[in-house]
Design a protein around this ligand. Structure first.
Ligand SMILES: [Ca+2]
Ligand SMILES: [Ca+2]
Length: 328
């Protein structure tokens, strides 16, 4: 269950949720208030005979349930004020509005607002309730009737159900329009149980060659990465448990593993691949040689150049590299 507020500065059709589009328009998902979990839709926090929320509010409910019998299922909804019940055959995709009780009104305390949908045994379905509150009492109830059943049952844990788990530091996942449209939280959701994450940290444990770069890994933590790395030193330490460490070594141009696109074969010394870059791009010529001071006179050896006026015989490349030394 998620609670939102919305502006009073909307048309009455929107405030009351007079139809599907107006009900959608009543939501302002950025104005998240709170969320909580209930085991069934008979919970007092959503009882439409109570004044649960301030004026100009919304409830939004999302749950997934597993059908345990194939056939035509009935669903009924009651509410104060406008409410609708959507069921998605493919969770996260547009579903069917199976039942609705639009506009401003008190609860009917009835199952008159109902509809049917064909469900298949063992499949999971997503159920969404959208609700808007103008003033006064507010809330809703949902019932279901299985194929062949003669009586209504409150929707909830009499079925196999699950809901997105949203931790208290991840409520921004509930502030997207997509969540209102499809019931899929923005980020970080899992379908049951507490969120757990694998945390990775690239670091070293000290100075010098005896402390190589390492990747530290913590598995299945409920903590967020910033609790481990974005804090006063020591960062990435054992405060959340003992990490598994992997020494970081980088190797490129290993022909037995696979050559990167910028590996070049050097035949000398038995032949080896090495990565190439700017030095090769500007330092390697086409194989021809020139006298260095002329940059134009072809040569094969230094003796082809007048070393005092024409320089030495060098590779003809875009840039020439040399060594300058001096003393004083
Ligand atoms: Ca109210
Ligand atoms: Ca009301």
């Amino acid at each position: 269950m998620v609670k939102y507020r919305h502006s009073s500065n909307k048309g009455n059709d929107v405030l009351c949720g007079s139809n599907h589009n107006n009900l959608l328009s009543s939501y302002e998902p950025g104005r998240y208030e709170s969320h909580f979990y209930i085991s069934d839709m008979n919970a007092s926090e959503i009882d439409p005979n109570n004044d649960n929320s301030p004026n100009y509010s919304n409830f939004f409910a999302v749950a997934e349930f597993q059908a345990d019998i194939t056939g035509s299922w009935q669903f009924a909804i009651d509410g104060n004020d406008g409410v609708e019940l959507e069921i998605q055959t493919t969770p996260g995709s547009t579903g069917t509005i199976v039942a609705s009780y639009y506009k401003c009104h008190i609860r009917c305390n009835c199952q008159s607002y109902n509809g049917t949908i064909s469900l298949t045994k063992d499949n999971w379905y997503r159920l969404i309730v959208r609700h808007t509150e103008k003033t006064g009492k507010d809330g809703f109830k949902v019932w279901y009737k299985k194929p062949g059943s003669g009586s209504w049952t409150i929707f909830g844990n009499t079925l196999t159900i699950r809901a997105p788990y949203i931790s208290s530091d991840n409520t921004c996942a509930l502030t997207s329009t997509d969540f209102i449209n499809y019931g899929t939280p923005g980020t970080g959701e899992v379908l049951s149980g507490p969120i757990s994450r694998h945390l990775f940290c690239s670091t070293s444990l000290g100075d010098g060659p005896s402390y190589p770069p390492i990747i530290r890994m913590l598995q299945n933590k409920i903590n967020r990465i910033w609790e481990w790395v974005s804090k006063e030193r020591p960062v990435c330490n054992n405060s959340l448990g003992t990490p598994t460490d992997y020494e970081v070594r980088v190797q490129v141009c290993n022909a037995s593993v696979g050559l990167e696109a910028n590996c070049k074969y050097y035949p000398s010394g038995g032949g080896i691949y090495k990565p190439i870059g700017l030095l090769q791009k500007y330092g390697e010529g086409d194989g021809s040689k020139v006298c260095s001071k002329t940059i134009s006179k072809p040569c094969n050896t230094d003796s082809d150049c007048n070393t005092s006026t024409e320089g030495l015989c060098v590779e003809n490349a875009k840039m020439f590299y040399g060594l300058i030394t001096g003393s004083y």
